[in-house]
Design a protein around this ligand. Structure first.
Ligand SMILES: Nc1ncnc2c1ncn2[C@@H]1O[C@H](COP(=O)(O)OP(=O)(O)OP(=O)(O)O)[C@@H](O)[C@H]1O
Ligand SMILES: [Mg+2]
Length: 440
């Protein structure tokens, strides 16, 4: 990123290529699966590597929707490949790392069947994606262990895993499993930990707390390390843009890049979405330098391209036949409060809404002006907020954490607030620290 980069005019074929490549580098709806496009998360990677190296320790990786859980889980095998390549002496057998997604119809057994079916067995060793030489026998892991054609029990899985030293198993979307099947994972982890078996299970899912993900974890607290994936830091979101610059051979003007990262408010989905659209806006000018005007266009288009569920939440919440109704302004002030003044679970107080709403309306307002709006935002018709606490001490939060950055973008593109006023209001409230900090 440069403060005032000189324009780089592009030829027609270069524009064409850049348009296509920007769709490969910016992936707002697809988790990252390559190390070079993966940004930040050094602490979490370190914690994961430490957990794998500690026998008997397993991982619960949790966080809100879209925060980057699957992307982190995807780079684990890549990190271990690099790590293992430097090991002296080298590992005697390759490390097996397998990822699988749980669905609502899965059982404990069906998940392990899916996992084991990705592994083969040849010459007394597990292997993945390997074509044996002619004459070398390749059988499935399940037949090697005699666990074919039957429901897998905890003991079966324990026995198979004990033959795969150093292995790592990532079960994504774990929150989709029913309680009955999820609790068998807790029992399995206990058995693996008690038996000091050298394998690591990582349970990944959307949850506010680890209790939300592994309800029966009371029996396994010492056997698991809990990693809460926080919203990304501003510098990590900026790194997404740096990676794109390197890959695409373009430059983001510094202020333009910072605005994308800032408006994403910790949610990498929006950095990818607006980043891609802003690069394409620069393509329209046949330029390889992304400037503020391209980012402004990017926001306008991002508002249209955002997930229908999120835009519908906004439209329903702010619907009014009266021109002077304050729904949009109050919701925008709530979004500012949510990203600057919320507690670790995303709750903000009505008091926190006063200053941003006063800045938006350019007059001093009191809680009584918008208290009714907050209550209505929690009703089914406008249902965009949730409420906790008791009368006179209610706290509110957005029912979907991806909504506040959308409300900010929409506020700017509809002119409810100017980008400069928004940045001013947010900065005066310490928004650059981005998102609520989880408890230590
Ligand atoms: N570390 C990262 N570097 C770059 N982009 C990232 C990173 N983490 C996530 N992203 C991007 O953010 C978006 C959401 O990421 P991802 O799908 O991994 O999140 P998630 O927490 O698994 O979401 P869900 O709760 O929907 O399963 C994707 O566009 C992904 O490419
Ligand atoms: Mg995911």
């Amino acid at each position: 990123m440069e403060t005032d980069p000189i324009d780089v005019p592009l030829t027609e074929p270069q524009v064409y290529t850049l348009r296509i490549q920007s769709g490969q580098v910016f992936t707002p709806r697809t988790p990252i699966s390559s190390r070079e496009l993966f940004a930040g998360r050094w602490n979490e990677i370190q914690q994961l590597v430490d957990a794998v190296n500690e026998i008997g320790l397993h991982v619960v990786l949790y966080g809100e929707r879209g925060v980057g859980k699957t992307s982190l889980a995807n780079v684990i095998p890549i990190i271990f490949e690099v790590f293992d390549a430097d090991l002296k002496p080298p590992r005697s057998a390759p490390r097996i790392t397998v990822r699988s997604n749980a669905t609502t119809s899965d059982t404990f057994s069906s998940i392990w069947e899916k996992v084991f079916d990705q592994i083969s067995w040849t010459q007394d060793m597990p292997t993945m994606g390997f074509k044996p030489k002619p004459g070398v026998e390749l059988i499935t892991l399940r037949s090697a262990y005699g666990v074919v054609d039957r429901e897998l029990t905890i003991e079966d899985v324990r026995r198979v895993l004990s033959g795969l030293p150093g292995s790592v198993f990532v079960i994504d979307e774990f929150d989709r499993l029913t309680r009955k099947h999820a609790s068998q994972f807790a029992d399995l982890i206990k058995a693996l930990s008690d038996g000091a078996i050298e394998t690591t299970i990582m349970l990944v899912g959307v949850a506010e707390t680890v209790d939300g993900l592994v309800r029966d974890h009371a029996s396994i607290p010492r056997a698991i390390t809990q990693i809460r994936l926080k919203p990304m830091l501003l510098k990590e979101l900026t790194e997404i843009l740096f990676n794109a610059e390197k890959k695409l051979g373009i430059i983001f003007e510094q202020a333009a890049g910072e605005r994308i990262a800032f408006m994403s408010q910790g949610r990498p989905h929006y950095t990818h979405l607006v980043g891609q659209l802003a690069v394409r806006a620069a393509c329209d000018r046949a330029s390889g330098v992304v400037r503020m005007a391209d980012v402004t266009k990017g926001f306008e288009q991002a508002v249209k391209a955002t997930d229908h569920m999120i835009s519908k939440l906004y439209d329903d919440a702010t619907y009014s036949s009266h021109k002077d109704a304050l729904w949009k302004q109050v919701l925008l002030a709530c979004a500012i409060s949510a990203v600057t003044e919320s507690d670790q679970n995303g709750y903000f107080t009505p008091v926190a809404v006063v200053a941003p709403l006063s800045a938006i309306l350019k007059r001093t307002i009191e809680i009584s002006t918008f208290n009714g709006h907050l209550a209505d935002f929690c009703e089914t018709k406008r249902g965009v907020l949730q409420r906790t606490g008791y009368p006179r001490a209610y706290r509110y939060r957005f029912c979907d954490p991806l909504v506040p950055p959308y409300v900010l973008m929409r506020g700017v593109s509809e002119g409810t607030i100017t980008p400069d006023t928004l940045a001013e209001v947010m900065n005066s409230r310490g928004a650059f620290s981005i998102g609520p900090e989880p408890p230590s």
